[in-house]
Design a protein around this ligand. Structure first.
Ligand SMILES: [Zn+2]
Length: 98
């Protein structure tokens, strides 16, 4: 006889009790998803079913090189912009003219 159950990958960890907002939560043996609130003594389940696709997707993030170049241009640092090499973004060369 084994007292330990197999891990349940769909079990989620609630931070607060949904009924009294208590934080004294412990897994309960009622079901594989059950939690018991130590403050209001309610037993409830939390299940994660999945995630919907967003109605509108975000614009792709700029690379570090593009973000730095845009910031320099926005703030009027033409001298630093002139030092940028036109590489694929993995390396940049900034020359300082002092
Ligand atoms: Zn509670």
């Amino acid at each position: 006889m084994s007292l330990r159950r197999a891990p349940n990958p769909n079990r989620n960890f609630p931070t607060y009790c949904p009924y009294c907002a208590g934080e004294d939560l412990y897994p309960n043996e009622e079901t594989d998803f059950a939690w018991k609130c130590g403050e209001c003594l309610r037993i409830f389940e939390v299940k994660f079913y999945g995630q919907d696709d967003p109605a509108v997707s975000h614009a792709p993030a700029k690379s570090t090189e593009e973000a730095l170049r845009d910031s320099l241009a926005r703030n009027g640092h033409a001298a630093a912009l002139a030092g940028f090499s036109e590489t694929d973004g993995n390396q940049r060369k900034v020359t300082h003219n002092a």
